[in-house]
Design a protein around this ligand. Structure first.
Ligand SMILES: Cc1cc2nc3c(=O)[nH]c(=O)nc-3n(C[C@H](O)[C@H](O)[C@H](O)COP(=O)(O)O)c2cc1C
Length: 369
């Protein structure tokens, strides 16, 4: 009886662990753009957290294959993540004038690397509808998404199939919107976070609430369990998020820096270097606002971002520059994704990172007894 009561008050028994079917309320943030790996997802899920795979750049058969591989690597719950809005409407077509303007803006860097401009990117064909069909077919325990909310029909199908739905909010308005749509959990995605800012009601530039404020705002108005994301990388961060009313923490940058992620070795090295002290929100590299380690191009383009192409055509345009920058080791041409918390990172192995976060949170809660 005594041990039962003790179990009930353990910090890691939260609404999130119950809903997600996991032991610890720690989620590995999914990474889009080919930075997720099966190994990272399986390591985190096998350690009692929730591994997440960012699949928005994959086509339907590729997502099917990834899911098969995850299922072979873990029998624990895991999350597959998509972007509901996977292109800006302007990406349906770019005029020659627009393309010329973007070329002029980036000309110094293409010249410096001695590479030609790519052809004008073709209009983007949306993929979300096909991608989400795979989610419904393969039924991961958790389906998380950003940049909007799937249709009521998709959410209803997830409910019927037992797939837990998790949407990302950068403002209280977005959290209320997700809540009204009936999602199972809401990510409070704070300004500190690495990667894209997933705003979908107002512009990302005006949706800049920090994680601690956002958790509390959402907690006050919304009953749906909250997952805190942004600026959390250790047990103290997890404990603080739980203390403010979150049911779980989602950790991105700290997992991105581990050997199991698909980040380039130089990217991981930079996350552990002094360069990680400085981060910038920029649209210059993809067309949407995302946080990465400050680079020369990010600094130069600040304030001129209306001249970049819409998402994801800007990603296509910049891919040649990125490739050449990597080949010629001109790191200042690239935005290496990372959040504000990077300077405190210590672990290069995902399993050790998980164990250390759990241990630190245990120590924190034991000290309160
Ligand atoms: C490189 C990178 C890519 C990301 N891609 C996605 C994504 O595709 N979908 C998503 O929902 N979140 C994405 N995120 C957000 C993370 O899942 C997580 O919420 C965030 O990194 C937490 O903040 P932190 O970086 O301060 O730990 C990405 C983050 C990074 C750093």
């Amino acid at each position: 009886m005594g041990s039962l009561i003790k179990l009930k008050v353990m910090w890691y028994n939260t609404k999130a662990t119950e809903l997600l079917g996991i032991k610890y309320p720690i989620l590995q943030g999914p990474f889009g753009g080919n930075l997720s790996t099966i190994a990272l997802v399986a390591t985190v899920s096998n350690a009692g957290g929730l591994g997440g795979y960012g699949a928005y750049t994959l086509n339907a058969p590729e997502i099917f294959e990834v899911d098969k591989q995850i299922k072979a690597a873990t029998n624990k719950p895991y999350n597959i993540n998509l972007w509901v809005s996977d292109h800006d409407h302007a990406a349906d077509g770019v005029t020659d004038e627009q393309y010329e303007q973007t070329k002029q803006l980036f000309k110094p860097y293409f010249n410096e690397l001695s590479i030609p401009f790519p052809d004008k990117p073709a209009p983007f064909k949306p993929r979300f509808e096909n991608q989400v069909q795979v989610i419904l077919d393969v039924k991961p325990k958790v389906f998380s998404f950003m940049f909007g909310v799937p249709s009521a029909d998709v959410l209803e199908q997830c409910r019927r199939l037992g797939i837990v739905t998790v949407g990302a909010a950068t403002t209280l308005d977005e959290a209320i919107f997700l809540d009204n749509a009936g999602v199972d959990m809401i990510i409070a995605s704070g300004f500190e976070a690495g990667g894209h800012r997933p705003s979908f009601l107002a512009s990302a530039e005006t949706s800049t609430t920090g994680t601690f404020a956002l958790i509390q705002l959402i907690k006050e108005k919304v009953k749906t369990p909250i997952i805190a994301a942004g600026g959390i990388a250790n047990g103290n961060g997890v404990a603080a998020a739980l203390a403010l009313g979150a049911s779980a923490a989602q950790i991105g940058t700290a997992f991105l820096a581990t050997d199991e992620s698909n980040a380039l070795p130089i990217h991981r090295e930079m996350l552990f270097s002094d360069a990680a002290k400085y981060t910038t929100l920029s649209r210059a590299f993809t067309g949407r606002l995302g946080r990465g380690l400050t680079s020369r191009v990010a600094k130069d383009i600040a304030g001129k971002e209306t001249q970049v192409l819409p998402f994801p055509l800007q990603t296509t345009f910049m891919s040649a520059l990125r490739k050449a920058g990597i080949e010629q080791q001109k790191w200042d041409m690239i935005l290496f994704w990372g959040g504000q918390i990077a300077p405190i990172l210590k672990h290069t192995k995902a399993k050790e990172l998980m164990e250390s976060i759990i241990q630190e949170t245990n120590v924190y809660y034991n000290a309160l007894k």
